[in-house]
Design a protein. Sequence first.
Length: 118
Amino acid sequence: QVQLVESGGGLVQAGGSLRLSCVVSGSPFTINVMGWYRQAPGKQRELVATVTTSGPTNYGDSVKGRFTISRDNAKDTVYLQMNSLKPEDTAVYYCYANIELIGLRDYWGQGTQVTVSS
């Protein structure tokens, strides 16, 4: 059984910063890509950022230059540093991991709310 547990969400004023963390736990596994997606009310889930095992990253256009994704492979943890937050960043942020356990599949966390006030 694989679990992804997020932490670090909350309420922040525009221009502020937050750091999200996501720990993967469970049976022995191999983690490939890790990342973050978000979903605002009435909108589709969208890519925030992903990072591969070796380090290359990919960002959604709306967060480039403001957010930074990183991971600690020894801790099976992925982080998202969010700076210069805007009200339009308000959403539920979901941790994502592509994991090889019995076959290869995608796993998701339960989501953490980020609210940016103007």
